[in-house]
Design a protein. Structure first.
Lengths: 282, 241
């Protein structure tokens, strides 16, 4: 049996990792109470450099982490200390083959690996049986990185990562003021409101935590409505798992058109007004 | 203060196309999007604190892209030619190459557009024995310390570490400058040191195929009132509304 150390701040990622390595000797490290592994080392805080050294001290043959930003930071540092290969954002594991998405979501690569290795995995919805996990409490300490402050962002509206319907805006919406039309439509639909990279991190029309795409959130709603989004690869990479994609765009040749199920050629604001009225009447 | 900007030259992701069952990767190269932010930040630190801003690139060593990095203000570029590379071999060769420079700050983009793993900066930091701060949206250098605000998607965190340090940056940290004609001309005189490096990665990419989700691509034109009615009926047939 191989010793597999699983780390994530996200329960679903620990479940997914446990489903891949259920027959091995598994140790989970997390700040959440999860019982899918032989042991759980329950940490009281996320101090990345402490966790990195802690994982390495357990002498793992395989390290699996989730794919949150802090998870990946820890995974990269662990692999560097262990001087072993790392494969990030693995979507599927089959024996010694791992699959991952490459080229801004346009390609899927198959990678052959051997042990020891560090993997970061994309979470899946899996059923895993709970185990009689032995729980060990671990007190973390501050090391080289000193935390000064945590700034939480105001929680606005529906959670994007679990939303069933998402209304998303791009530069084509025109201005910050016009976001309100998308917001009204989202409210009428009971949808979450998101945006492309330009409107979130570049123009600031929406908060950064609303960013959908490769460098933001990956979403998988039943219905994704893209308003004035041209469809850069970086954005498409975040919406590939949506069931139905609707695009509203004045440009019939925008890349989003090739990547949508239904395309309305026209003005996004006019669409919002008409659609909001009709949805409300339903 | 010596600053290093790590950047990768990648196939332009906006030009990559799916042709049949293949990915057409033979497209013009570019500096990976967020690595330009790393170059910009390195040049800004140099402008404020003096010292040198040195670029390091590994993999494809396309001259035109390297010229662009120099024109943006880097003093010199170390170009490491590698045919096969993975995170491990790339970090190893860069760590070996820059250890003699004794940099104070090493910058890199949060992820590249070809592989998008985000794990190279922490890997490099571990090899060098430096602390790592990822996803920086602002960097403040104060004496021998840095104070960094990190964008962790649902919240942000302010942290501090002593130099030397490895920092990965997000796109919102700055707007990369567009070099002037003069800067482009002058960049031709700046030194580029080329190194050849061959080490076979322990992991092997056996196949890259297009990742496609087939979409219906039904275009609805005409008056908005009618278009929305049509859309609503499609959506109810789909069972999503």
């Amino acid at each position: 049996m191989k010793r597999v150390v699983i780390y994530s701040e996200d329960i679903e990622s620990i479940k997914t990792a446990a489903s891949y390595f259920g027959n091995e000797n598994t140790i989970a490290i997390s700040n959440k109470e999860v019982h899918f592994t032989d042991e759980l080392h329950l940490i009281d805080d996320i101090k990345e450099d402490f966790i990195v050294n802690y994982i390495v001290s357990l002498n793992p043959e395989i390290v699996v982490t989730g794919s949150t930003k802090r998870d990946k930071t820890i995974a990269g540092a662990v692999a560097g200390l262990m001087k072993v290969p790392i494969i990030p954002d693995v979507t599927e594991i089959n024996g010694n083959l791992a699959k991952r998405i490459v080229y801004s979501g346009m390609g899927i690569a198959e990678i052959e690996f051997s042990y020891p290795v560090v993997l970061t995995i994309s979470k899946k919805s899996v059923e895993v049986k709970e185990k009689g996990t032995k729980v060990i409490k671990v007190q973390t300490k501050e090391e080289k990185i000193k935390r000064i402050e945590i700034k939480s962002k105001g929680e606005g509206g529906v959670d994007l990562s679990s939303a069933q319907i998402i209304v998303s805006v791009g530069r084509g919406i025109g201005s910050k003021e016009n976001i309100k039309y998308a917001e009204e439509l989202a409210n009428a639909l009971g949808a979450a409101l998101g945006g492309s990279r330009p409107v979130t991190s570049e123009l600031g029309w929406l908060p950064e935590d609303r960013q959908i795409g490769l460098s933001g959130l990956k979403v998988k709603p039943k219905l994704y409505i893209a308003l004035g989004i041209s469809g850069q690869p970086q954005h498409l990479a975040g919406i590939k798992d949506s069931k139905i994609i609707v695009a509203v765009n004045t440009d019939k040749n925008a890349p989003i058109v090739e990547n949508a199920d239904y395309i309305i050629v026209g003005d996004a604001i006019e669409f919002c007004k008409v659609m909001t009225e009709k949805v409300k009447k339903k | 203060m010596n600053t290093i900007a790590c950047f990768k030259i990648v196939p332009d992701d906006t030009l990559i196309k799916i042709v049949g069952d293949k990915l057409e990767l033979n497209v013009p190269p570019k500096i990976s999007t967020y690595d330009k932010n790393a170059i910009e930040e390195a040049v800004r630190i140099k402008e404020k604190f003096g010292g040198k801003a040195i670029g390091v690139t590994a993999g494809n060593t396309d001259r035109k892209s390297i010229r662009e990095a120099l024109a943006m203000g880097l003093d010199e570029v170390i170009a490491i030619n590698m045919r096969d590379q993975d995170v491990m071999t790339t970090a190893e060769v860069i760590a070996e190459t820059i250890s003699s420079i004794k940099p104070d700050i090493i910058l890199a983009g949060e992820s590249t557009t070809d592989s998008s793993g985000s794990v190279f900066p922490p890997y490099l930091a571990s090899l060098l024995g430096y602390p790592v701060i990822t996803y920086a949206k602002s960097i403040l250098v104060e004496g021998n310390k840095v104070r960094v605000e990190r964008n962790l998607t649902s919240f942000s965190e302010v942290v501090e570490a002593n130099l030397p340090v490895v920092i990965s940056v997000v796109g919102e940290i700055n707007t990369p400058r567009i070099p002037t004609v003069r800067q482009i001309l002058e960049s031709a005189k700046k030194p580029v040191k080329t190194i050849d490096y061959n080490r076979q990665p322990k992991i092997k990419i056996t196949k890259v195929s297009p990742y496609v989700t087939s979409r219906k691509k039904i275009i609805i034109e005409g008056k908005m009132e009618e278009a929305v009615d049509k859309l609503l009926s499609y959506l109810s047939q789909e069972g999503v509304l």
